[in-house]
Design a protein around this ligand. Structure first.
Ligand code: ADP
Ligand code: MG
Length: 271
């Protein structure tokens, strides 16, 4: 029997790289394995209320007793910390691992903690986003979670695609508004999720009522044969309260408790 051939420096380097990638993937899957359900909140359009829905849904699930974290993946416009009014970033332990702080019973991780100034523009390309999210996933001690709610970037470009692939999400809550144009965007978003062979848990109509009307998202859900998860009415509480609106108003809490029930039902139907 001959002894194994000595590796060339190139082969050594390649081997080290493969080993490192393997360790990275292992670290990520160990972390993600402790999270029972990973849910993305998404729409192709900005400003429809993704962050609002993600935050209030997370707080509602936590109120109901679940262990919940919110992961702000909107790399270009990380807004979760603004809505939650949290300025305290994660604590780093001796090994450099991040321990997210909690707010209103929800653990919070956001790209904005690593931004120098709040209004700084962040322009990242796909591979960088992929790396940043991988780093986050590797370095963050989420603990055991029932739900991770990911607030996704808008659009159908590189950024949301990369996040969807990297996070290996179980399903999506698609947010739309009563306007027809928004429903059209929601339809595009749903097509994109389906093309990636991922699950749509259902559609939420945000900003229902008042001048915008009501019902376009429910019609869309019917048309696409998807669950309609509920309406979130257009309300002042979302604009100027000191805490997430679910904690501020019983009417908002009712709407989100209905949505949370739908999310729980649809996610358990997947498994
Ligand atoms: N149901 C609602 N009623 C009133 N204002 C809302 C409602 N939902 C969202 N908003 C407001 O609309 C703006 C955009 O919402 P946001 O959640 O940041 O959207 P996105 O994350 O999709 O860009 C915010 O100022 C938010 O406070
Ligand atoms: Mg947002």
């Amino acid at each position: 029997m001959t002894s194994p051939r000595k590796l060339s420096p190139q082969e050594e380097a390649r081997l080290a790289q493969v080993r490192q990638q393997f360790q990275q993937r292992k670290a990520i899957s160990d972390q993600l394995g402790r999270i029972k359900n990973r849910i993305g909140v998404y729409s192709g359009k900005g400003g429809v209320g993704k962050t609002t829905v993600a935050v209030n849904l997370a707080v509602m699930l936590a109120q109901e007793g679940a262990n919940v974290a919110i992961f702000d993946c909107d790399i270009d416009c990380p807004n979760v910390t603004r809505v939650l009014r949290i300025s305290e970033g994660p604590k780093q332990d001796d090994e450099g691992r991040f321990h997210p702080s909690s707010r209103f019973g929800v653990k919070v991780m956001s790209m904005s903690f690593f931004q120098e100034k709040e209004d700084e523009a962040i322009i990242w390309r796909g591979p960088m986003i992929h790396n940043a999210i991988n780093q986050f996933l590797q370095m963050t001690e989420w603990g055991d979670l029932d739900y991770m709610i990911a607030d996704l970037p808008p659009g159908t470009s590189d950024a949301p695609l990369t996040v969807m692939q990297t996070l290996n999400l179980d399903g999506f809550v698609v947010v739309s508004t009563p306007q027809e144009l928004s429903a059209l965007d929601a339809k595009r978003s749903i097509n994109m999720i389906k093309k990636m062979n991922l699950n749509v848990l259902g559609i939420v109509e945000n900003m229902s009522g008042g001048i915008f009307g009501k019902g376009a998202a429910e019609d869309l859900a019917d048309e696409l044969d998807l669950p309609f998860l509920g309406n979130v009415s257009l309300r002042e509480e979302f604009l100027n309260s000191k805490q997430p609106a679910v904690l501020e108003s019983d009417a908002v809490a009712d709407e989100f408790s209905h949505i949370a029930a739908g999310v729980r039902r649809e996610i358990s139907a997947l498994t």
